[in-house]
Design a protein around this ligand. Structure first.
Ligand code: S3P
Length: 172
């Protein structure tokens, strides 16, 4: 059984996915890291050298190659649900959880973050704010298709575990 954590950049998907996996005693995977392992390139280099369309192709391919038999929590990339029918695929093959965060909280976190994120690395100030606002708004229709929506800012791990267990009891 796979649990997919989705949400915008900076919403804490990786941290939450790790914690949920540890408590369930399941495996954990970060889709960006799987893409890096598959291509031998960093996500940043893929964007720089090959461009976003190539990244989206590989992202969808790697997503579909994850072994569905094992129990695993997968932290997706911020754009994963928004391309190539990936949200349909994730809904069919696992349990989707959206870590939702307000545009203001995202602006705050991403403007302070030291993590290199190729999509926003050249943006600052009001350009960054505008980008976040615009992109969250256009991606929301994909994110909100998740089976469960939780507060990303104050993610309650035990609540997420309960949701996963309850899903499992209906889909053993
Ligand atoms: C992206 C988010 C990134 C990574 C890539 C594109 C996006 O993942 O997949 O840089 O389009 O929002 P995180 O959400 O883990 O930063």
């Amino acid at each position: 059984m796979l649990v997919y954590l989705i949400g915008f950049m900076g919403s804490g998907k990786t941290t939450v996915a790790r914690k949920v996996a540890a408590q369930l005693n399941w495996k954990f995977a970060d889709l960006d890291r799987l893409i890096e392992a598959r291509t031998g390139l960093s996500v940043e280099d893929i964007f720089c050298e090959k461009g976003e369309p190539f990244f989206r192709e590989i992202e969808s391919e790697v997503l579909r190659s994850i072994d569905k038999v094992q129990n695993m929590v997968v932290a997706c990339g911020g754009g994963t649900p928004c391309f190539n029918d990936n949200m349909d695929f994730m809904s069919k093959t696992g349990f989707t959880i959206y870590l939702k965060m307000s545009v203001n909280a995202l602006k705050n976190r991403l403007s302070k973050s030291v993590t290199v994120r190729p999509i926003i690395k050249n943006l600052a100030g009001s350009d960054l704010s505008d980008y976040i606002e615009r992109t969250v708004t256009s991606r929301e229709k994909h994110y909100s298709r998740a089976e469960v929506i939780v507060d990303g800012l104050d993610a309650d791990i035990s609540e997420i575990i309960l949701e996963v267990r309850s899903h499992l009891s209906y889909n053993p």
